[in-house]
Design a protein around this ligand. Structure first.
Ligand code: CTP
Ligand code: MG
Length: 269
C-alpha cells in the first residue's frame, strides 16, 4: 500500500472567529494556533509524514492569491521541511479543495487518505485501524455512535430570541442565544458521526471526483453517490475537529500540550 495524504487547509475559520470569544472578529486562522510550540497545521501533517505507508503529503492552502501568499509566509517553510507538497485549494467548498489536490497525487500511490487540517489530535491507533481496514475495503471512514438525542428544528428563530444589544456584543458581555421550535425527534439507531482521516483506493476516489455533482460534506459521500460501499471503522470521540474557539483548550488537553502563555518564556515561540 502506498498512500498519498491530502490535508485540506483552505478554510476560512468562520465559526472559530464568530463566538463571544472574538466579538471584534479578528479573523485568526485556527490552523495557526499554537499546540505546544507547533501550529495546528504542523501537528496535522506530522500525524502522517513519517509513516512507512505514506508516500506523499499534500497540503491544500487558500484559493485566493493574496491569502495563499500570506499562508505561504506563515507555513511554507515548515511544510517543505516536513517533506509535504503545497497547492492552492478551492474557492468556496472543501470538495473543490480536495479536487485541486487530487491533480498532484502521485500516480504510484494505491490509496488516498484525506484528513482535515483542523483535526490535529487524531491518535496513531486510529490511523493504524484505518490503514489496516483499507487493505481489504476500498473506502473506509472512522465513525462514532451518536449519543445525544437528535432533534430537527424550525430554522426560524423564535421572536423573543432576538440579537443582544450591539454595543454589549462588541464588549463581549452579551451573546445571542437563539431559540427554535422543535419539529421532530430523529431516531438515532444506527446513526454514526463521521470523522477523518477517510481512506480510499486511488482509482475509486478519482471516479468519485469525476462526477458532475460534487456537493458533499465529506469525501465518502461522493463514493456513496457512485453506489459503491463505504465501511465505517471505530472512530475516536477525542478525534475532534477544531471548529469553535472553545475547542482549542480541549484539543490542547487531549494532546497534552500547553498554550504559549502556560510555557516558560524561553519556550513560547
Ligand atoms: N477546508 C478547505 N477548503 C474549504 C473549506 C474547508 O480546505 N473551502 C478545510 C479546512 O481548512 C479544515 C477542513 O476543511 O481543515 C474542515 O473544515 P472546517 O472545520 O469547516 O474549517 P473552516 O471551513 O475553516 O471553518 P468554517 O466552516 O467555520 O469557516
Ligand atoms: Mg467549513
Amino acid at each position: 500500500m502506498r498512500i498519498s495524504v491530502i490535508i485540506p487547509a483552505a478554510g476560512s475559520s468562520t465559526r472559530y472567529n464568530s463566538g463571544a470569544d472574538d466579538p471584534l472578529g479578528t479573523g485568526r486562522s485556527k490552523l495557526d494556533e499554537d499546540l505546544g510550540g507547533k501550529t495546528v497545521l504542523q501537528r496535522s501533517i506530522e500525524l502522517f509524514n513519517t509513516r512507512e505507508e505514506v508516500a506523499q503529503v499534500i497540503v491544500a492552502g487558500p484559493y485566493d492569491d493574496d491569502a495563499f501568499a500570506d499562508f505561504k509566509l506563515r507555513h511554507a517553510d515548515r511544510i517543505s521541511l516536513l517533506g509535504a507538497t503545497l497547492v492552492q485549494g478551492g474557492k468556496d467548498h472543501r470538495y473543490e479543495t480536495v479536487a485541486n489536490a487530487l491533480r498532484v497525487v502521485d500516480a504510484s500511490c494505491t490509496h488516498i487518505a484525506i484528513h482535515d487540517a483542523a483535526r490535529p489530535a487524531t491518535n496513531a491507533a486510529l490511523i493504524d485501524r484505518l490503514f489496516d481496514a483499507a487493505k481489504t475495503h476500498p473506502a473506509v471512514v472512522p465513525g462514532t455512535p451518536v449519543s445525544d438525542t437528535l432533534k430537527r428544528i424550525d430554522p426560524d428563530p423564535l421572536d423573543d430570541s432576538s440579537e443582544v444589544d450591539p454595543v454589549a456584543s462588541i464588549l463581549g458581555v452579551g451573546t445571542r442565544h437563539s431559540m427554535h421550535r422543535v419539529d421532530s425527534t430523529i431516531d438515532r439507531t444506527n446513526l454514526m458521526q463521521v470523522q477523518t482521516p477517510q481512506v480510499f483506493e486511488r482509482e475509486l476516489l478519482a471516479r468519485a471526483y469525476a462526477q458532475d455533482d460534487l456537493s458533499s460534506t465529506d469525501d465518502a459521500g461522493l463514493v456513496e453517490r457512485l453506489g459503491e460501499p463505504v465501511v465505517i471503522v471505530e472512530g475516536d470521540p477525542l478525534n475532534i475537529k477544531l471548529t469553535r474557539a472553545g475547542d482549542l483548550p480541549l484539543v490542547r488537553a487531549i494532546m497534552g500540550v500547553k498554550g504559549p502563555s502556560e510555557r516558560p518564556t524561553h519556550k513560547r515561540f
